[in-house]
Write a protein that binds this ligand. Structure first.
Ligand code: URA
Length: 259
């Protein structure tokens, strides 16, 4: 393991936890921590766009999925920044559309902006963002280079509470359009709200880890949200396993395309 990778894993809090338990596999230089169960077959489901809830009196009607579906990046961004479809618009400083490579292979989807993201207009720039950057680096990725980062809701939930179902549903067409425009090879859902929105089903991260799901034909891997990992550092080793799983899946996708 290189000094740089060592440093990155230390940054993730994995230095003392992460040890190879098996003879080195073929890609020993970037070896995953332990064998991971093969992915279970994805659940039989077609993604159905969430039903848009009736608007609260003070807000506009959420954009119909079909309307947002036709927007280009500029129009979509404008629409997100001006959105008043749910109560989250009331207390935001600004909406946070997303950041990164618009032709990315990797899409990471978080929950919603926090205070720093709300102030700066960019996702994952606070403490959780620092950890996310370390997680990306641990699998050889860097924000903006083949990577796009977006949130499930684009406006900060007050006091960083979990977004409500109606808020997730109102915002989902924006994420759906981002995915259509990016066409990533793989999506990593960070935490439960992201996983539930994308997979349109009730899901627990602990039981969904190590499986490959599907969103509109794009593989989806789930893992813990960086903010959760900051509170539960012992689970960082599991997140590392999930990232290695995602990286292997990505390699399979790339290999499959070149055959
Ligand atoms: N948590 C998220 O889910 N997204 C951010 O942008 C920041 C923290």
């Amino acid at each position: 393991m290189s000094a740089r990778r060592d440093a990155i894993l230390r940054e993730m809090g994995l230095g003392p936890v992460w040890r190879l338990r098996e003879p080195a596999p073929a890609d020993a230089a970037e070896a995953p921590p332990a064998p991971i169960e093969p992915p279970a077959p994805p659940p039989p489901r077609a993604h159905v766009a969430p039903v848009v809830p009736p608007p609260a009196a003070a807000h506009d009607t959420p954009a119909p999925v079909s309307e947002v579906a036709g927007l280009d990046w500029a129009a979509l961004t404008e629409r997100i920044l001006a959105c008043r479809a749910c109560a989250l618009c009331e207390q935001r400083k600004q909406a946070v559309p997303g950041v990164g490579d618009r032709q990315a292979d990797w899409l990471f989807v978080g929950e919603g902006p926090g205070a720093e993201e709300d102030a700066r207009g960019e996702p994952f720039v606070g403490k959780a963002g620092k950890l996310l950057d370390a997680m990306l680096a641990a699998i050889g990725l860097r924000r903006g280079e083949g990577v796009y980062i977006a949130n499930t809701v684009k406006c900060r939930p007050p006091a960083n509470r979990t977004p409500e179902a109606g808020e997730l549903a109102a915002c989902f067409p924006f994420l759906a359009r981002q995915i259509e425009l990016i066409q990533p090879r793989l999506i990593v859902a960070l935490g439960r709200p992201a996983a539930q929105s994308l997979l349109n089903t009730d899901i627990r991260i602990a039981s969904a880890r190590g499986r490959c799901f599907d969103y509109a034909g794009i593989p989806v891997v789930v893992t813990y949200h960086p903010a959760y990992l900051l509170r539960n550092p012992l689970d960082k080793a599991k997140a590392w396993e999930d990232l290695c799983f995602a990286r292997r899946r990505m390699q399979q996708l790339i290999d499959g395309e070149s055959q």
